[in-house]
Design a protein around this ligand. Structure first.
Ligand code: THU
Length: 161
C-alpha cells in the first residue's frame, strides 16, 4: 500500500463584511470600488482586487476582457502585476477580491482562479512570506485564507526549477 499524505486548509469565515477588522474592511472596500472600472462586456462578471503592500500602499486592479477571450486577464493578476511593476521590492501582505455579476446576486465569496493562485504564489515565494487572501461576494460571508498556499496545495514554484 502506498503511503498517503493529506492536505488540510483552514479559512476564517465572517458572516458579513461589517465583521472584518478595519484594515481588512478598508482593503475590501478598495477592491469593491475598483470593481466598478472592470471591463467585462463579454461575461458581465465584474471583479475587483486590492493588494496591500508592507509599506501600507494599496494597489488595485480589475478584470480586463478581450474579444479574443483568452487575451483578457483576471482582476487578481492585474492587481498583483500592477503592484510588482510599480513597487518591485515591496512585499505584498494581503489581497482582497470581490465580484458582482449581471446575471445573479453573488451571495458567496469569489475565489481566485487557478492561474491567479499560481501568480499570487510567485510573490509569496519571492518574499518568503504569506499573503492573506480576503474573498467576498456582493453580499454574504467573507472568507479569509492566511496564505495562498492553502488555496493551492503542492504548488509548483521556482524551487522546482
Ligand atoms: N475573473 C476574475 O477576474 N477573477 C476571478 O477570480 C474569477 C474570474 C474574471 C475573468 C473573466 O473576465 C470573468 O471574471 C469571468 O470569468
Amino acid at each position: 500500500m502506498p503511503k498517503k499524505i493529506s492536505v488540510t486548509a483552514e479559512f476564517e469565515v465572517f458572516e458579513t463584511k461589517e465583521e472584518l477588522d478595519p484594515a481588512d474592511k478598508l482593503l475590501l472596500d478598495s477592491a469593491v470600488k475598483i470593481m466598478e472600472n472592470a471591463y467585462a462586456p463579454y461575461s458581465g462578471f465584474l471583479v475587483g482586487a486590492a493588494v496591500l503592500l508592507e509599506n501600507g500602499q494599496i494597489v488595485t486592479g480589475n478584470n480586463q476582457e478581450n474579444a479574443a477571450y483568452p487575451s483578457g486577464l483576471c482582476a487578481e493578476r492585474v492587481a498583483v502585476f500592477h503592484a510588482s511593476s510599480q513597487f518591485p521590492g515591496v512585499k505584498p501582505v494581503a489581497i482582497a477580491v470581490s465580484a458582482k455579476s449581471s446575471s445573479q446576486v453573488l451571495d458567496r465569496p469569489v475565489t481566485p482562479c487557478g492561474a491567479c493562485r499560481q501568480s499570487v504564489s510567485e510573490y509569496e515565494v519571492r518574499f518568503s512570506s504569506p499573503i492573506r487572501i480576503i474573498m467576498a461576494g456582493e453580499k454574504g460571508p467573507v472568507y479569509i485564507s492566511k496564505s495562498v498556499s492553502d488555496l493551492l496545495p503542492l504548488t509548483f514554484t521556482s524551487k522546482h526549477l
